[in-house]
Ligand binder design. Structure first.
Ligand code: ATP
Length: 247
């Protein structure tokens, strides 16, 4: 039902350089307040799906050649990326980009939307520091010297400062030790539960992702090949064999 989905992506096709069909009719729904995962191997089309939603395709000579994306009921398929940010869509791209020469606190300030009051910014920062105590401890050191996990926390913090209603995270677990993945995923889940933030999570680490999301989509070769509740996916023998390292 449309009204209950914060995001509704229908039969989207994406072309890069007008030739490469990277995704071939992908449909994904994010119910309001839920956490949904896009799973699948390298090159399957997960990042492209997020870029189609945030509008970052253009910067990579990609474009939507078919289909429709609705956010809060509004057609955003052709909307400028900046406009989508203003509507509440925030995309944390792969590779945890932060300003390395600034402190975490300055990074959060720099990420604040234009016109946000100082009081609101400070309140947002306090919330972020309460979710990520490690970040609070290091808020005045240079961000470039933070660990990979702390930089990922900061990248998520920079997204939260914009007060999104849909947070999209591309491979937040990449390169992190398992205990850190567990810590960060636990915090994302907590933010989702306490603030009702809708989350679309792209992950190759299916095992970790399926612990925190309610539903998952498995993408292969630019197509959704499986969609279901997290528990059902965890129990699926193909998923176990190919994505959960079991058998
Ligand atoms: P990864 O985890 O490696 O990012 P993915 O599932 O996110 O994998 P995509 O990055 O979406 O996959 O890639 C889907 C397809 O589109 C691949 O064939 C990839 O080579 C191609 N592709 C991705 N970005 C571009 C680009 N900027 N220009 C041309 N082709 C691209």
């Amino acid at each position: 039902v449309e009204a209950q989905n914060i995001l509704s992506m229908n039969s989207i096709e994406v072309l890069y350089d007008n030739v490469l069909l990277a995704i071939k009719g992908v449909s994904v729904q994010v119910p309001k307040g839920e956490m949904i995962a896009l799973l699948g191997s390298n090159g399957a089309g997960k990042s492209t799906t997020l870029k189609a939603i945030s509008g970052l395709l253009k910067a990579e000579r990609g474009r939507i050649s078919r289909g429709e994306i609705k956010f809060e009921g509004t057609d955003i398929t052709e909307m400028l990326a900046q406009k989508r940010v203003e509507m509440g869509i925030c995309h944390v791209i792969e590779g945890r980009r932060v300003f390395e020469h600034l402190t975490p606190d300055e990074n959060l300030t720099a990420a604040a939307p234009m016109g946000m009051s100082k009081a609101t910014l400070n309140a947002e920062k306090e919330k972020i520091y309460s979710f990520f105590p490690r970040l609070a401890e290091r808020k005045n050191s240079q961000a470039g010297y933070l660990s990979g996990g702390e930089q990922q926390m900061l990248a998520i913090g920079r997204a939260l400062v914009t007060q999104p209603s849909l947070l999209m995270l591309d491979e937040p677990s990449l390169g992190l030790a398992p205990f850190l993945v567990e810590e960060i995923f636990g915090i994302i889940k907590q933010i989702n539960q306490e603030q009702g933030l809708s989350v679309l999570l792209v992950e190759q680490n299916a095992l970790a992702a399926l612990e925190i999301v309610s539903e998952g989509y498995l993408i292969e070769n630019g197509r959704v090949v499986m969609h279901g509740a997290a528990d059902a996916l965890k129990a699926n023998s193909d998923i176990q064999e190919f994505y959960l390292g079991g058998g």
